[in-house]
Design a binder for this molecule. Structure first.
Ligand SMILES: [Zn+2]
Ligand SMILES: [Zn+2]
Length: 160
């Protein structure tokens, strides 16, 4: 059975709860090192949402600036990683939530892999899905690249 909006989720201890008023889209795995470390897990399963559809209904995430172009929101009490939020203007309208923190994670099945250059070899969930690699200098290009270089990255990896 599929939930109708709002989708809801929260952290392990329950201090933070949120609602999303439209279905998340492009569910995916991200294998980049930053996601691995943020969650202490071999990969993140995430999905995009429009920022305007997201509402915190309890608690307040703390944000950690995990790169030059993004911050990650987590619960300061239990440590659960909940939110990826780009800090660059072109990507200011979307964010990513961690699928496992939704109340019904079974409803969003990943459809592709991002960050496959950092995939841990023993972890290969749904290996038949498409893989996308991030360039080594992906973050540097986003923060300091030429307009053309930035455009190419923005088109490849922005919210679909
Ligand atoms: Zn918590
Ligand atoms: Zn990642």
């Amino acid at each position: 059975m599929t939930s109708t909006p709002p989708f809801a989720g929260g952290c392990l201890c329950g201090a933070i709860r949120y609602e999303i008023s439209a279905p998340p889209y492009d569910p995916h795995y991200c294998h980049c090192r930053s996601c691995q470390k943020a969650a202490g897990a071999p990969a993140i399963a995430g999905a995009f949402i429009a920022r305007t559809e997201f509402r915190i209904i309890r608690g307040k995430p703390r944000y950690f600036r995990s790169s030059a172009v993004a911050e990650r929101g987590f619960c300061k009490d239990c440590g659960t990683y909940l939110i990826y939020r780009p800090l660059i203007a072109e990507w200011s309208n979307w964010m990513i939530i961690t699928i496992a923190c939704l109340d019904h994670p079974e409803e969003l099945s990943p459809r592709r892999h991002y960050g496959s250059e950092s995939r841990i070899p023993w972890f290969d969930p749904q290996g038949e899905l498409p893989h996308e690699k991030y360039e080594d200098n992906f973050i540097d290009i986003l923060s300091d690249g030429s307009p053309d270089e930035r455009k190419a990255i923005l088109e490849r990896f922005g919210a679909p």
